[in-house]
Design a protein around this ligand. Structure first.
Ligand code: PRX
Length: 677
């Protein structure tokens, strides 16, 4: 990435106007049973004990060959963890559990249609399926160690089966979120040079059986245009015995997995013994500009880190039923549905569909049915459930001991609903801040040890040492009320190793901003730039303001968009809020606010005035929105993220660009008409 671009995304001294929230102690019932109740962990993982402290995580794994050196920093910023060690991720998630957990449920697959039976897949069954599919990948598709393969699979049990089969062979998987288009798949196929695409014929979403195979045809055609040939498309069947897509199969290229599998019945495949630094998978993520970056994650460092954090932060224990509602197509699903939980021999839920289908009671029915006691989701999903069914959780007899929020800053009002209504005040809540790049959690309270604080993620997790820098590279101290660019001082085992085929961009984007000496071999000179703005309170808790480029600069005062949105959400009728910058002659930029309402409320001038007043009251007149638009829905991606870029274009009367990949493209025109009215 060019230098001047870096300068532009870098912001600091962001004005912060946020009330300090109270602390909530973890419930005594949770503490009584927790994996981790010894505050000595912070001492064990203190900077003096770095990097050897991470032996504690590595020792949660089985190594074919034990490692010799904890961390090799000789080629900054390309760090290598557990050097000399060899292991296999699939062995660690399956084989090693068989002696004690053969008959334990590894995955509960919950189909979206409520009439369809839940599948309870034991560790033995998963082991058998993974081995058979690994044999097929090796002997039929010709895949071998180091090859890349693109997956475009929905939320079904066959997705972890496929990932683990790849891991068994040392094949690098690159799973693309199923909601993405054929074109997005093609871009990732081309970048990773995949010759095999693994997909599914169809899946259920929001009450419909979607034809998914058609996207594979588009992906293959587009990849071909870009010069990458797909030799084989392997298609799992949503219903094993029949093909459920309208899209024809192309002879010689398309193969139905369920038809081929009987040939591999009973086959076993030896797990490849991988060097700790050999890649386990690629996960593409969007940056501020340019094409998606293939974040390359290692086998040893990554697996050790997600296993350690799943144990201590998620508090996974043998009898728990754990449900992370994220999609496995994102990093959260990779780390905290598949690899972390299975490495700990946990029982994890994989839910196919939309959380609010057929109604907002669905997650709570699933929780009651399966006795889920650990729940993990995002603020976006929490807001959607709160909006559609604020009183639903109370109707169902489930009890969570632990809940997670991840992915974006959570507004304190929304946090309180999650804690009180979803958690019934019985569950501890952790707000885990991290990124695709970091593989696992960077900051969170330790669930039995730290008090919760709505809207704040908490202190860094053990072994992670953050620092907040201003634009000049000076450290912003705790309690100053100022925000800046949050960086991580030290290498961590979960962090990605590089951007696939683009090491220069990796260095430029993440390490040059605050690098003290580019010739230095000392990791202390190479802080990792997360790209987030953050503020550190007196009590040592971080509050993440969001991406640095999500900041609105009003008359030289930089306002976090989340702060304004949180202020709007203090008005009882408001369900969701999104704020975007709009140009203003005098002040540079001012916020423009879009909100949706909870069911049963109507828009009115009085309400607009009250929302505006709430923003002014919470933050100050500087944050007064240009307009408050009460709209029926906000433009969202298929994964539920609000598309502020589209709203910003509407606010500025600009071209919204291609909105066809949104979950609700029709809302864009509707909002434009409302604005014009
Ligand atoms: O801005 C931060 C926000 O999400 C970004 C990372 O997004 P992604 O790579 O898609 O990974 C999401 C799942 C880990 C971060 O740079 N973010 C993530 N978690 C939080 C958060 N912001 C505030 N609080 C969080 N808990």
């Amino acid at each position: 990435m060019p230098e001047e671009k870096l300068e532009r995304i870098s912001e600091a001294e962001i004005a912060v106007h946020w009330h300090e929230e109270e602390h909530y102690p973890p419930p005594a019932g949770f503490i009584g049973q927790a994996n981790l109740t010894d505050a000595g962990i912070y001492r064990r993982f203190s900077p003096e004990n770095f990097p050897d402290c991470f032996k504690e995580y590595a020792d949660l794994l089985d190594w074919d060959r034990y490692w010799e050196q904890t961390l090799d920093t000789s080629n900054p910023p390309f760090w290598n963890w557990f050097v000399g060690g060899r292991l296999n991720a699939c062995h660690n998630c399956l084989d090693r559990h068989l002696p004690r957990h053969n008959n334990k449920t590894a995955l509960h697959f919950v189909p979206e249609p409520e009439g369809e039976r839940i599948q309870h897949i034991t560790y033995r069954e998963l082991f058998v399926r993974v081995n058979e599919f690994a044999a097929l990948l090796r002997d039929f598709a010709g895949l071998k160690r180091g090859d890349r393969v693109t997956l475009h699979m929905p939320m079904v049990a066959e997705l972890p089966v496929t990932m683990l089969a790849c891991a068994r062979l040392g094949v690098i998987h690159s799973q693309v979120f199923s909601g993405f288009s054929g074109k997005s798949v093609a871009d990732r196929v081309v970048d990773s040079e995949s010759r095999v695409l693994i997909t599914m014929d169809a899946y259920h979403r929001s009450g419909k059986l979607l034809d998914h195979k058609e996207k594979a045809d588009l992906a293959v055609a587009e990849a071909q245009k870009q010069g990458q040939q797909i030799d084989k498309v392997l298609i799992w069947q949503r219903y094993a015995e029949r093909y459920s897509s309208e899209t024809p199969l192309q002879p010689g290229r398309d193969f139905r997995v369920n038809e081929l599998l009987p040939k591999y019945r009973g086959r076993r495949v030896e797990p490849e013994s991988m060097a700790a630094e050999e890649p386990l998978f690629l996960m593409y993520t969007s940056g501020t500009t340019g094409k998606p970056k293939g974040c390359q994650h290692s086998t040893g460092g990554y697996l050790a880190y997600v296993t350690g954090t799943a144990k201590y932060i998620q508090d996974l224990q043998p009898e728990d039923v754990y449900w992370c509602m994220a999609d496995i197509g994102w990093i959260t699903g990779h780390s905290y549905i598949v690899y972390g939980p299975l490495a700990l021999a946990a029982s994890a839920v994989v839910y196919e569909g939309l959380p609010t289908y057929p109604d907002a009671g669905r997650p709570w029915r699933i929780a009651a049915e399966l006795d889920v006691n650990i729940f993990h989701t995002s603020p976006t999903a929490i807001r959607a459930l709160r909006r559609a069914g604020p009183d639903e959780p109370a109707k169902y007899d489930y009890h969570f001991k632990h809940m997670t929020t991840v992915g974006e800053p959570i507004e304190p009002e929304v946090w309180k609903w999650y804690y009180r209504v979803v958690g019934k005040q019985e569950a501890v809540v952790v707000d885990t801040w991290w990124q695709t790049e970091t593989g696992g959690v960077l900051s969170s309270t330790l669930p039995a040890l730290g008090a919760m604080k709505p809207g704040s993620t908490g202190p860094a997790v053990p072994g992670v040492y953050p620092v907040i820098y201003d634009d000049a590279g000076d450290e912003i101290p705790a309690g100053s009320g100022k925000a800046g660019n949050i960086c991580i001082r030290n290498p961590i085992p979960g962090n990605f190793q590089t951007i696939w085929k683009d090491p220069e961009r990796y260095v430029a984007q993440y390490y040059t901003r605050y690098c003290r000496d580019r010739n230095s071999k000392d990791w202390r000179d190479w802080p990792y730039l997360t790209g987030d703005g953050a503020v550190l309170a007196e009590d040592g808790y971080y509050r993440i303001l969001g991406r640095i480029d999500d900041v609105i600069n009003v008359a030289g005062h930089r306002l976090g968009t989340k702060e304004i949105e949180s202020a709007a959400l203090t008005v009882n009728e408001v369900a969701e809020a999104a704020v975007v910058p709009v140009a203003d002659e005098i002040k540079g930029k001012i916020p423009d606010l879009y909100v949706t309402l909870k069911p049963g409320f109507e828009k009115s001038l009085d309400l607009v005035k009250r929302i505006e007043a709430a923003v002014v009251a919470e933050i100050g007149p500087i944050a007064r929105p240009k307009t408050v638009q009460i709209v029926p829905d906000l433009p969202k991606t298929r994964s539920g993220k609000i598309m502020r870029r589209v709203l910003a274009a509407l606010s500025s009367d600009q071209d919204v660009g291609d909105v066809s990949t949104l979950a609700n493209p029709e809302i864009v025109e509707a909002i434009r008409r409302m604005r014009g009215a």
